[in-house]
Design a protein around this ligand. Sequence first.
Ligand SMILES: NC(=O)c1ccc[n+]([C@@H]2O[C@H](COP(=O)([O-])OP(=O)(O)OC[C@H]3O[C@@H](n4cnc5c(N)ncnc54)[C@H](O)[C@@H]3O)[C@@H](O)[C@H]2O)c1
Length: 354
Amino acid sequence: MKKEERLLRIGIVGLGPVSQAAHLEACRRGRNTELYAICDLADDLVTRMAALHQPQSTYSNFDRMLEDPRLEAVIVATSDAFHVPLAQLALAAGKHVFVEKPLGLDVEACMDLERLVAASGLVLQLGLNRRFDPALDFARRFVAGEVGKVDALHAWYCDSIARYTMTDSVQAIPVTSAGARREPTDDRARYLLLTHGSHLLDTAACLAGPIEAVQARRREALGGYLWSITIDFANGALGHANLIVPAAGDFEEGFQVFGEGGSVQGRLALPWYRKAGTVDCFSAREGIYRRPFGAEGDTYKLQLEAFADTILHGAPQTGATVADGVANLRALVATARSVESRRVVALSDVSGTV
Ligand SMILES: NC(=O)c1ccc[n+]([C@@H]2O[C@H](COP(=O)([O-])OP(=O)(O)OC[C@H]3O[C@@H](n4cnc5c(N)ncnc54)[C@H](O)[C@@H]3O)[C@@H](O)[C@H]2O)c1
């Protein structure tokens, strides 16, 4: 594990499952990141995670953590409802922010956050980690450089009926606390669309450009839901996305892209396996397929290293920006509105929440 000389001093707020399975280790392993501070309202969680991960300082109050002048950046890993308010506090304290997806729950509140980021000059990156899978990263660059104008996209995201069997075998046993603060997730369809659909719609936008409008249908299946989403892209491309939660089979995310200069077909594995996806990219110009080998498949670590590179060295932001987060939430809200109305819904027309 090689560390660079200059490390970004990161504090994590929210020590629930995603921090335990991803962010705490990612900060420690990242070549340019340091797990500097941790914070949770649940004291017992803070004590347990501090014993395991040895940060410089620990907090049960987020405002106190933000007062530390040596703290440079914050990871907001709380439930969705608290993303925007905690990100606002961090920016106001002059800290860069990495926010878990989705950016927030309300379009207007996310637009306010976008204005705040612009005024602050600070970096905000969203935890849409699939962008850092080497297969999707290669596909994005291949589409931009070789395919050119995209005509059609097909994307799918299938959670698995065996999801927890799969994650239980690779994740550390989670530490829970009665003192942890969570928003209720009683509306299961809404929760599933937000938590999984955010990845699916971001992958679609990464590959085919901004989404202009959607028409969506939803069905109950296998004790969960499936969404069938027809997409109009701003560049005129047509798309279709399926979100199936859960599918009677393996976890899988996939995509196909067709354009003038070639085509792309890729599949991503369960991200907790830290195994890069596979992608075959056909160049019409060369008449050959190209397939990259992604030796490093830990998207959670890669996204933090990119975040730190942007802050420490001014590298271009490859992770999702706050504008990407607003567009992503608009696409989710438009999907929900279209399910209700059965009509095509333009992203520019939506407001409020999913
Ligand atoms: N990118 C991914 O692959 C991925 C995977 C899982 C979860 N997530 C996202 O991560 C986020 C967190 O998920 P989770 O399951 O870990 O959440 P969780 O709600 O189970 O845990 C969050 C923790 O944050 C703490 N918290 C809440 N408000 C706080 C505050 N004001 N100050 C200090 N601590 C506070 C809670 O006490 C809790 O311990 C969600 O937005 C989810 O969508 C992303």
